[in-house]
Design a protein around this ligand. Structure first.
Ligand code: EPZ
Length: 430
């Protein structure tokens, strides 16, 4: 097992290249089950969430070939089962997309519910509502198996009571080969929803309106293979923008789509950070001092919840009082316990956190509670005085490709260190 060691205080300077979008990749890979010949996917991020999803498809019988580190060919012709047991799905929360994809392929799916991140309840009632409106009888059986089946999936109007990325994606996967027209209202509008729609249309589907709150899907009888390049990861980009700002640095973040970063750019500028947009890159410059702001996370195009912890680190040293309101998840402030170990002054009350800016953060031993919380701890460590050690970094490996190298290349003093079992025992016994 490894931990991160960060000696804070270095200003980041130079260039960082952004990888493909995790949340697009984990939807597009299962979508290949809808075609029965080769799909070539480019700009795949080299992260453990993606390798987990690829491993699941391979265990289901798909033929998978890595052309290079970021390009993969998947042929699901040899997949011959609609059953996915828990030992496969438990590796990855997004494995529930296999329900929609298998329903789309077989009109049947028997998929064990996966685990989940640890920030609040992760229901799937909207997914099930969508499947049932398409005509699939859906039950939850022993071993948390979701059993969904239909004689023939039939298009239907589906109103999403809450904006849900996962439910929107799962219904799209089930509906592209359903008979007739499906209309998803109050659909999620994230860039990865649009990326999945573009991938499905490249396979011959008829999906219109992705990126708006009404997505119309005319079912088709067959989908074919295709070649498709995944969009850059806007959350990875935002994370490095926050890291550059936190250290008072000057960094060019390359291979981005500036439009996908609009809300992040706007809030950084409101904090006093200089952000310059180019065609496929953004430059972030900061003196390391921040104005207080209020932040509310919302579904896209609002400020993304997956950037809330990273942005909050800047607010912990912004002069004055900043309010952070988490508008998507019930309990996404667990990381604040770790931030307070570094000297942050924060009051949490439900989905609201009040930050009293302090002069500086101090290095400390902390841990990553989840993927984005871990990213926030890295930013805090880069900014803090002294040394920060971060445990449970397996969470961070899920969503950030080569993050230690990318940060070292712009001057961060950060490295991975083996944890000897005795030292961690000592801490837990302390
Ligand atoms: C996706 O999760 C992302 N994960 C999350 O990113 C992200 O935080 C979230 O969307 C919001 O943008 C992936 O794409 C793999 P939701 P998802 O369904 O689909 C409620 C990361 O760090 N809800 O949009 O699970 C739900 O409880 C991860 O990359 C229902 O009530 O999120 C939440 O309050 C963390 N019923 C809200 O909707 C449902 O059936 C939004 O959830 C589904 C969701």
């Amino acid at each position: 097992m490894e931990k991160l060691v960060i000696h804070g205080g270095n200003r980041l300077s130079g260039e960082i290249e952004i990888s493909g979008a995790k949340n697009a990749a984990v939807a597009i890979i299962p979508a290949t089950l809808l075609a029965q010949d080769v799909c070539r996917i480019e700009n795949i991020p080299n992260i453990s969430d993606v390798s987990c999803m690829v491993r699941i498809l391979s265990q289901m019988g798909a033929q998978i070939r890595y052309i290079n580190k970021h390009t993969i060919e998947i042929n699901t012709k040899t997949v011959n089962s609609y059953i996915v047991p828990y030992e496969m799905t438990k590796q990855l929360r997004a494995s529930y997309y296999l329900i929609g994809a298998l329903l789309g392929r077989y009109s049947r799916a028997k998929v064990a519910l996966p685990g989940g991140c640890n920030f609040g309840v992760r229901p799937i009632d909207l997914h099930i509502k969508g499947f049932e409106l398409l005509g699939a009888k859906t039950t939850v059986e022993e071993n948390a198996m979701i059993n969904a089946s239909a004689d023939m999936l039939t298009g239907s109007p589906i109103y999403m009571d809450k904006v849900s990325v996962g439910a929107t994606i799962n219904v799209m996967l089930a509906a592209v080969k359903a008979r007739g027209l499906t209309i998803i209202e109050n659909a999620a509008k994230e860039p990865h929803i649009v990326d999945l729609a573009n991938f499905l249309n490249a396979m011959g589907a008829d999906v219109r309106g992705a990126g708006t709150d009404v997505i119309k899907i005319h079912g088709v009888s067959n989908l074919h293979g295709c070649t498709y390049a995944i969009i850059p990861d806007q959350i990875e980009a935002g994370t490095y923008m926050a890291a550059a700002a936190a250290t008072g640095g000057d960094v060019l973040i390359k291979n981005v789509i500036p439009k996908h970063l609009e809300s992040i750019t706007a809030k950084l500028i409101e904090c006093g950070v200089k952000v310059t947009e180019y065609d496929d890159s953004v430059r972030v410059q900061s003196d390391g001092k921040f104005k207080r702001i209020n932040l509310k996370t919302m579904p896209h195009p609002g400020f993304p919840t997956d950037m809330q912890p990273q942005m909050a680190v800047l607010l912990s040293v912004a002069e004055g009082t900043s309010l952070v309101s988490e508008g998507v998840w019930d309990n996404r402030f667990k990381y604040i316990d770790q931030l307070m170990r570094m000297g942050a002054d924060v009051q949490v009350d439900g989905t609201m956190a009040v930050f009293q800016g302090v002069k500086e953060l101090m290095g400390a031993p902390v841990k990553a509670d989840d993927l984005r919380a871990g990213a926030a701890m890295i930013i805090a460590g880069l900014m803090a005085r002294g040394t920060t050690e971060i445990e449970d970094i397996i969470y961070i490996d899920r969503g950030y490709e080569d993050y230690v190298d990318k940060l070292r290349n712009v001057g961060a003093d950060i490295y991975r260190k083996e944890i000897s079992q005795t030292s961690s025992d000592a801490v837990s016994a302390g």
